[in-house]
Design a protein. Structure first.
Length: 302
């Protein structure tokens, strides 16, 4: 009997939490924290399911003039905390400059000295996307409902809250670009131009048009294999004692606001209450919509 035949997916949150403790090895985490950032390094800093892959694609497209010569986006924009565990050295040369990395750690837990693109998303949509991504890969389908996932595992969207709290006070810093997923959707061309300026890449209108096209939802769906996590999942799943998955796509619907009608009222209320308790006292932001409006204002030319 192969090892795979003895693996099964968790069916409870405590079991899933125990498995997830082995997601990153202590050595992998130590290597990430010890990384010495160069001033030109670009870190894509996001909570899970908040446009990480999308921004990886934008940054990589800008620095390469629109190259799609990669098997998986994580090969060219490595995951800071996971790189060592999948056999990649953080100091290794990358295909282009600036060097770029992704991370789900908040801004205050990322090696300093580089440049930081922080993307946040409506906690409701992020939670729903996170749940759908985990179901069937990290827990058995139908065994954990969304309300339990939110309450006991995702902690009512607190990953988004932590990122907002870590980045808000630095929103005016020259080395930080704070963006909302929804604003990116509303103005992809403007977002790509802002990112190009922020990371110090000079591109002409033709390259900008290419990068915008390659960063569209339609284009990324057509090339979904480049953004699928199944291969990376297979490199770590034995530590978590999980069976394989056929696909683990990170390009889902790409829609805004779908969670409002797809999740129980109790979950939506819990998210709103958590924002009021955790975020508002430290930022003055009454809601995520308030944050999104503030970021639109900050993006206007002076």
């Amino acid at each position: 009997m192969s090892a795979d035949e003895g693996y099964r997916r968790p069916t409870t949150v405590p079991e899933m939490q125990e498995r997830m403790q082995h997601f990153v090895t202590p050595e992998g985490l130590e290597r990430a924290l010890a990384y010495q950032a160069e001033p030109s390094d670009v870190f894509v800093v996001t909570p899970p399911k908040c446009g990480t892959t999308w921004m990886q694609q934008i940054v990589h497209g800008l620095r390469t003039g629109g190259s799609l010569d990669f098997d998986n986006i994580n090969d060219v924009v490595p995951w800071l905390q996971m790189a060592h565990d999948v056999g990649r050295e953080l100091d290794a040369p990358q295909v282009a400059r600036p060097h770029a990395f992704k991370t789900h750690s908040p801004l205050d837990e990322v090696p300093q000295g580089g440049r930081y693109i922080v993307v946040v998303r409506d906690p409701k949509d992020a939670l729903l996307s996170h749940f759908r991504f985990f179901e069937g890969a990290f827990f058995e389908p139908g065994s954990i409902d969304l309300e339990t996932f939110s309450r006991d595992f995702a902690e009512s969207g607190s990953a988004v809250h932590r990122h907002v709290l870590a980045a808000w006070s630095r929103r005016h810093d020259a080395d930080v670009l704070l963006l909302a997923f929804e604003n990116m959707k509303a103005d992809l061309s403007g977002t790509v131009e802002r990112v190009a300026r922020f990371i110090g890449v000079d591109v002409d209108d033709e390259v900008l048009e290419v990068v915008v096209s390659q960063s569209s939802f339609e284009h990324m769906v057509q090339h979904a294999d480049k953004y699928d996590d199944a291969a990376y999942f297979d490199l770590i799943r034995h530590r978590l004692e999980l069976p394989p998955v056929a696909a683990l796509s990170k390009v889902a619907e790409g829609k805004v606001g779908t969670a409002a009608s797809a999740m129980p009222v109790s979950v939506r209320q819990g998210l709103a209450a958590a924002w009021t308790a955790e975020v508002t006292p430290h930022t003055g932001l009454e809601s995520y919509d308030d944050l999104r409006e503030q970021l639109v204002y900050l993006s206007r030319p002076i």
